[in-house]
Design a protein around this ligand. Structure first.
Ligand code: MTE
Ligand code: MO
Length: 316
């Protein structure tokens, strides 16, 4: 049985764009109306974060320094986080997310399963800052400075078994603070996966901070994936579980609609989404669209991963 409802992800591109412009404008007007108070709210939550002293981390420009940087205000008030809301204006609601204590469970095909709390993990990982492009499948994009560590460091720390082929990451389940998780139309919890060689690629990042501060809740505190050559939905937020497996996982959006959202989801301007073109994108805060690049501009780092996978649906 299918229930017909209209979601953000069901809108044709033109409508989605006008909705996002509307929401962005509304957020700005609200913030202006509330003045300094609204501007300070995300900061208030950060003041309690025990990891605040770790940021800003040392810059690593090995993967480029793309410009222009998206305004912090925009990147932290225009979000996708369906656990809170299926619109973009959810940053206030997301302040309910409890980020301490926070435990990450490591399981599956590993030498020994274990759990680790976020602050112990942060103390063990080599923190750095990287400026990456982000390209949402809905065609908006941004350029932001993430802080965190190479996913490779985390994978090595987990000691996966040699037979592990995929790593599966899962978002917190807590419907009492995440109202979207009460909506049974979605296959909660949010799950995403990478092939092992993707997870071990130097570009693949686990972000724990943004703009030189601990990760805002609405952006996926306290840790989220950043795989910048893939559509944004791969970048699972607020991770509580990392599991290694030899079976390819079915991710959240793939379960919902595998004809529109696949496992690989690599950015490619020449492969349209079934309902809209992917040829161009709209940077947050800009009124003009710009051309989208293959692998979101990161082909020199990641194209080789797919040489032996040409038979797969790599761009959806
Ligand atoms: N748990 C969870 N992770 C998620 C999402 C989500 O709804 N839930 N949305 C994804 C999508 S579609 C995008 S574009 C990015 C948005 O990240 P941002 O809000 O930090 O820009 O998060 C991704 N990670
Ligand atoms: Mo997205």
């Amino acid at each position: 049985m299918l229930i017909k409802r209209t979601h953000g992800w069901e809108l044709p591109e033109r409508q989605a764009t006008s909705e996002s412009t509307y929401l962005a404008r509304r957020t700005l007007v609200k913030a202006m109306g509330l003045g300094a108070l609204a501007a300070g709210v995300p900061g208030l939550a950060l003041a309690e974060d025990p990891s605040a002293k770790l940021y800003p981390a040392k810059k690593n420009d090995t993967y480029g320094m793309p410009t222009p940087m998206t305004a912090e205000k925009l990147a932290t008030t225009y979000n996708n986080f369906y656990e809170f809301d299926d619109g973009k204006n959810l940053w206030r609601l997301a302040q309910k997310l409890p980020v301490r204590p926070w435990t990450v469970k490591v399981s599956g095909m590993v030498e020994k399963p274990f759990e680790i709390d976020i602050d112990s993990l942060l103390a063990k990982m080599p923190l750095e800052e990287r400026v990456y492009r982000h390209r949402c499948v809905e065609t908006w994009s941004m350029i932001v400075p993430w802080s965190g560590f190479a996913m490779k460091s985390l994978v090595e720390f987990c000691k996966p078994a040699s037979g592990a082929k995929y790593v599966v990451m899962t978002t917190l389940s807590n419907p009492s603070v995440m109202p979207g998780q009460k909506d049974v139309i979605y296959p909660w919890p949010y799950v995403e996966g990478l092939a092992m060689d993707e997870a071990m690629n130097d570009l693949t990042f686990i972000a724990t901070g943004l703009y030189g501060k601990p990760m805002p809740k609405q952006n996926g505190a306290p840790l989220r994936l950043v795989a910048p050559w893939k559509y944004g939905f791969k970048n699972v937020k607020s991770i509580v579980s990392i599991a290694f497996t030899d079976k390819r996982p079915v991710s959240f959006w793939e379960k919902l609609n595998d004809n529109e959202y696949g496992f690989w989801a690599n950015v490619n301007p020449q492969v349209p989404h079934p309902r809209w073109s992917q040829a161009t994108e709209k940077p947050l805060g800009s009124s003009d669209r710009i051309p989208t690049q293959i692998y979101n501009g990161y082909g020199e780092f990641v194209a080789g991963l797919y040489e032996g996978r040409k038979a797969e649906k790599l761009f959806m």
